[in-house]
Each structure stands twice: as C-alpha cells, then as structure tokens.
Design a binder for this molecule. Structure first.
Ligand code: TRP
Length: 458
C-alpha cells in the first residue's frame, strides 16, 4: 500500500514521539486526579482495579490508537473513516472521532481550570504563602481561591492562552523542548517529596491505605471510576494519541513506546499517592475530601520541609508544565480536524476552538462557587462533566477503537503496521484488543448500571 504522509509535519525522532506521548499521559491525571479518586474510593482495592484496567484495557488501546493513527495519518475523524473504508468497512467509523473530539472539549474545559489552580499555587508559593503552613491556613488559602470565581477565571484564561499558543504553532515544534526538561524535573521533585513523606509523615498508614486492598470499598461506582481513570491518565479513548500517531515516522516501535509510557505514567501516579496519603494521615485530614486534596496537602509538606520555600514554586511550576503538555494533546485532534477538513490556518483553528473550550470552562469555575449548591445526579456541574467525559465517553470511544483495531482491521494490516511479525507479542495484543479489552469495558459498564447484580450474575 502506498504510504500517506501527514499534513502537519512529523516528529523529529523516535525519542521525540515517546516524549510527546508521555507528555500527554503524565499530567494532572497522575498528580491531582489519581490521589483524590483513590481517596474517595477507599484506596487499595480501587488502585488494584485501576492497575488491572491500565494493563488489560489501557495498554492494548494505546497500541491500537497509535497504530490506527499512523496508518491513517489524518485527524481522528478522517483517519477512522479512511482506514475503515480501506478495510472494507463503513465510513461511519468517523463518528468515533467526532465523539472523541467532543470528549476532548469537555475534558480540556475543566482541565484548564484545575491547571489554573496549579498556576495560582505557583504564584502563592513565590509569595511565601506556604511558610509555617497549618491545615487551617492552607484550607483557608484554598477556600479563598475557590470562592473567588474572578481569580479562577484569570488563571484559567492564562492557561488556555498558553495552550492555544503552542497548538497554533504546531505540536511538533512546540512541544518537544518542554517535555524534555519538565518530565525529569518533575520526577526528581516527586522523589524529594517522597523522602519527606517517609521521614516526616505517616508513611505506614499512607502505604496501607493506598496499597492494601479492602474489597468491601470497591463499589460498582468505584469500578467504573477506576476504569475511567485508566483511560484518563493514559490519554486514550478520544483519539488524542491517534492524532499523535499520525505524525509518527515509519520504523518506530509502537509496542515498546506504549509499554514505556504506561510504565512511566503508572509509576508517577503511584508515587503521587505515596506522597499525598502519608501527609493526609499525619495531619488528620480526610482522604475523601475530593478535588482539592493535593492543594490542601502538598503545601503542608513544603511548609514543613527544609528548602520547601524554594522547592514549592519549582514543583507547582513543573506541575503546570506537565498539565500544559497534556492540554496540548487534548486540543490537537480538534485543531487538526479543523485544518484538514475546513482548510483553516492552524492559528485561527486553535484560537476559535480554544475560545469555545475556554467558555465551557466557566461551568467548572462556577461549580466551586456561584453554583456550588446545584446538584445533578448527586454531583456538581464539574462532577457531571468529568463523569460524562472520563467514565462514559472515553471508555466508549476506547471500546470502538479496540473493536476497530481487532476486528475491522485485518490481520495483515495490523501486523504490518505494528511491525512485530505475528509472534507471541502480536498474539497477546490481538487477543487483548479483540476479546479481553472490549469485554472488560462492557462488563464494567453493565456492572455500573447494577444489571449484573439484578440478574444474579455477580
Ligand atoms: N492524561 C492526561 C493526564 O493524566 C490528561 C489527558 C491528556 C487526556 N490528553 C488526554 C485525557 C486525552 C484523556 C484523553 O493528566
């Protein structure tokens, strides 16, 4: 088959691609969302189920996304349509891309608001606001931020502008340099924080909470959220990784890249958990306090450790970087689509789409103040946006993507594109993509509705 080329340039090297995918995967999902989700869902059993989802569902889908993306070399909508037709299936596979782009809008709208909190904390820490921190002083600092929607709007606006600026320039030129510095830096700071958690906080209790499974806490809802978190943290299910795969040169090992990224992403999430929970327990805080968890705990560590005044701004600065490289990946599919199918310039596409998402972000901002009492299905507007995108749309998109990779694409196409022959590694991937991953997503969905219990199947 004659190979297509991307309209947006290519990653300059294999390493650049790994960095881009890792940059997309590692972000607020690991450091902000994973700990608070684990805390709300009772710890160990949630974590174990999450890890199982990462390996059995997330990894094969990541491989599938990169593979489909490189084969199609277009935005996710066009890629699914073109490759689908090539494989003798329907053009309506493009709808999976449409759903993904919608999910990306929703996710980026709240992602940018939370990244705005990290940006605010960067500035707070520069101003010495964490010195002599107590749970009360940090609680009121954070509460003050949440209560002030105008301040949140300013930080959200700055973060969105940063994201738009990079996507407008083209991902392959914009991204590489950041990830190369930010990722090792973030890892180093997390290790320093881990030492603090071991030496000065209640590490034993944190460890037990995070890693010792208590299966009674694993409710139907917790299982759905663990699966959603696996999708969210790996950036799979919406075509973001597919869009990056479109710029991948031939001859790069998709399998090895994916495994590497999954290991790095998972380690960083676990590391964050092992830092947060010892601090939570040492200070008598509530592990189930929700989205504010890291913003109410980490300043205590920086306030109490030698050199913390200097390390805090570095940490929050790097967290903003990590969020930035993820946000870029969330915006890219929609922008690539707009450029390719409407002939817009990258600049104007990034600005128009970014502006829409920026506007949507106000729903999240107001969820923490003006509309914090509003409840729908037991949650705030933010809870609902996150739930719809992370726990419904991403797994649904992932389900279609893996069915596409395992069933619609013929064996010749997938083994050619993965370039690992048809030996055991290929066999395992194909089994996961055809059977285990789709079945697992369906079972968790069904279980979440309570149907399996009612039918007496579980
Ligand atoms: N994975 C990122 C994080 O954990 C968030 C993210 C970036 C994402 N791109 C995505 C989530 C695409 C879902 C889909 O912070």
């Amino acid at each position: 088959m004659a190979k297509r080329t991307s309209l947006h340039g290519m990653w300059s090297s294999r390493f650049a691609f790994i960095l881009a995918v890792a940059g997309s995967a590692v972000g607020l999902g690991n450091i902000w969302k994973f700990p608070y989700m684990a805390g709300q869902n009772g710890g160990g059993a949630f974590v174990l189920f999450y890890l199982a989802c990462v390996v059995a569902i997330g990894l094969p889908i990541m491989i599938s996304e990169i593979m489909i993306g490189r084969r199609g070399r277009r935005n996710p909508i066009a890629t699914m349509r073109i490759v689908g037709e090539e494989e003798g299936s329907r053009p309506s596979w493009g709808l999976v891309g449409v759903m993904g782009i919608f999910a990306g809008f929703l996710i980026l709208s709240f992602y940018s608001v939370i990244a705005g909190w990290a940006l605010a904390y960067f500035v707070f820490s520069l101003g010495g606001k964490f010195n002599a921190a107590t749970p009360e002083s940090i609680g009121s600092l954070f509460g003050g931020l949440l209560g002030n929607w105008k301040a949140m709007a300013v930080w959200h606006t700055i973060f969105m502008a940063l994201t738009i600026a990079i996507v407008a320039r083209g991902v392959e030129r914009g991204l590489e340099r950041f990830v190369r510095v930010a990722m090792p830096g973030l890892l180093l700071l997390l290790i320093i924080l881990l030492v603090y958690a071991i030496v000065a906080a209640d590490f034993a209790r944190g460890w037990v909470f995070l890693l010792q499974p208590n299966f009674a806490a694993l409710t139907r809802q917790a299982m759905l959220e663990a699966m959603g978190q696996a999708f969210f943290t790996l950036s799979v299910g919406m075509g973001a990784i597919m869009a990056y795969g479109a710029y991948l040169p031939e001859g790069t090992s998709i399998l090895r890249t994916s495994i590497w990224v999954v290991v790095a992403d998972t380690s960083i999430a676990l590391l964050a958990g092992l830092i947060i929970f010892p601090i939570v327990f040492a200070n008598g805080l509530d592990p189930a306090s929700g989205p504010g968890l890291i913003f109410e705990t980490l300043p205590l560590a920086f306030g109490g450790m030698p050199g913390g005044t200097m390390l805090a701004p570095i940490f929050f600065g790097l967290l903003v970087f990590a969020a930035w490289t993820s946000a870029i990946g969330l915006l890219e599919p929609a922008v690539a689509w707009s450029v390719e199918s409407h002939g817009r310039s990258r600049r104007s596409a990034a600005m128009v789409i970014g502006l829409i998402i920026w506007g949507l972000g106000f729903l999240t901002i107001f969820s923490f103040n003006l509309m914090s009492d509003f409840r729908f299905l037991g949650g705030t507007i933010f809870d609902n946006i996150d739930h719809l995108a992370s726990n419904v749309l991403l797994p649904l998109g992932g389900l279609f993507i893996t069915i596409f990779a395992g069933w619609v694409m013929c064996k010749n196409s997938s083994s050619e594109e993965l370039d690992i022959g048809t030996g055991p590694a290929y066999g395992i991937w194909r089994f996961l993509a055809r059977w285990l991953a789709p079945a697992a997503v369906l079972v968790v969905f069904l279980h979440a509705t309570g149907l399996l219990d009612r039918l007496g199947l579980i």
